[in-house]
Design a protein around this ligand. Structure first.
Ligand code: FAD
Length: 327
């Protein structure tokens, strides 16, 4: 690992002042479960890291009538132990519980989960976020790509790694961000962007901004569920995820949100599938039809066509899981 300076400020203002306006010079360090492995592999070689876990205002989960405010440094273990998450947000609970192992959930934070970098093996081996060769041609479409995108957005073929993102987007969550120019709020869906270059970032954050918290609207009256398809239970990311949130009016769906994870460089909103549910009573047959619609528009790479069936199944099963709930 390349030598680096370490700072552990106790206030947000101090921390922001220590960051650089240029990506790659100074990195935010939360639990370190992703950042340190990138540093060990020389994929990230910051001159300095700024530990944000000592900043009190970034911690804690608070409940209000409007919903939940989750501090960016809340660990995944704190998240899954929270009584409101357990009772009101089963989709978020399922997504966070899927992050194996207990050790990762103890160290990994909610902010870090959203900001973690893609698992793309071209990126992790030093070919840049877009996995390009010296001529600027992506190695992904013609290379080994079975864990890459089903819904690519050229030139990005990697998949967003966050399991929490689809659940948070389906629930209408927002992230609060602080930087040298003050505070701002963005929808979780708008946190993820396609990098402008092979050395660019996949987040709509500036290099000197910090995610401070995530607010999730109340899920009372909203049936919500996540279904993940994994290759194995141990120490890995899902291959495909579906998170759903259904606003109910009696037994009919008044509006639906269906977000697919691990199939595109940003989480994918299955709009056509969502609209099939409006004003309908959800039945197993309808759930299967909606699942089929969610996979439409896929543009598989040579190794990712199998993910279309995983999308159909994940969406159907997430909907059926939500159906069982009392909203
Ligand atoms: C074996 C293993 C299995 C895993 N399985 C899953 C899984 O199934 N699903 C899943 O979603 N994740 C999975 N993860 C990833 C894990 O959830 C993340 O590594 C963890 O949540 C990152 O949090 P952290 O606090 O350790 O982040 P760090 O490693 O400290 O940071 C990660 C990145 O985010 C940036 N960052 C962190 N916090 C902030 C902030 N508040 N503001 C701005 N930037 C910030 C850092 O600069 C860095 O670039 C797995 C990890 C491992 C090692």
């Amino acid at each position: 690992m390349q030598a680096f300076e370490y700072a552990s400020p106790s206030t947000l203002k101090e921390a922001i002042g220590m960051l650089s306006s240029k990506w790659g010079e100074v990195d935010v360090l939360a639990g370190g479960t992703d950042l340190l492995s990138l540093m060990k592999e020389y994929t990230h070689t910051p001159k300095k890291v700024v530990n944000i876990k000592g900043i009190k205002e970034l911690g804690g989960i608070t409940k209000s009538g409007a919903g939940l405010k989750i501090g960016a440094t809340v660990t995944l273990d704190e998240l899954v132990s929270n009584a409101t998450i357990k009772s009101e947000y089963p989709s978020l609970l399922e997504a966070a519980m899927g992050v194996s192992s207990p050790q990762i959930r103890n160290m990994g934070t909610v902010g870090g989960d959203l900001c973690q970098r893609p698992r793309c093996w071209y990126f992790r081996q030093g070919f840049g976020i877009l996995g390009q060769d010296k001529n600027g041609t992506s190695l992904v479409p013609k290379g080994e790509n079975r864990f890459h995108a089903l819904f690519p957005q050229a030139p990005a073929y990697y998949v967003n790694a966050s399991s929490l993102a689809p659940a948070l987007i389906a629930l209408g969550a927002k992230v609060q961000v602080a930087g040298p120019n003050g505070n701002r709020e963005v929808a979780v869906a708008d946190l993820f962007v396609i990098p402008k270059s092979n050395s660019g970032r996949e987040l709509s954050l500036a290099a000197n901004e910090i995610v401070t918290s995530i607010t999730v609207p109340s899920a009372r009256g909203v049936k919500n569920a996540t279904y993940e398809v994994r290759q194995k239970q141990a120490l890995d990311w899902p291959i495909t995820t579906a998170s759903v949130a259904l606003k109910m009016k009696g037994s009919t769906v008044s509006s639906a949100s269906i977000i697919l994870g691990h199939v595109g460089p940003t989480p994918v909103q299955a709009k056509a599938a969502e609209s099939m549910l409006n004003g309908k009573s959800l039945t197993p047959d309808l759930a299967a039809e909606v699942g089929k619609a969610a996979a439409q528009g896929a543009q598989p790479l040579n190794g990712t066509a199998y993910k279309a069936q995983l999308v159909r199944t994940a969406v159907k099963r997430a909907l059926l899981e939500a159906l069982k709930q009392r909203a």
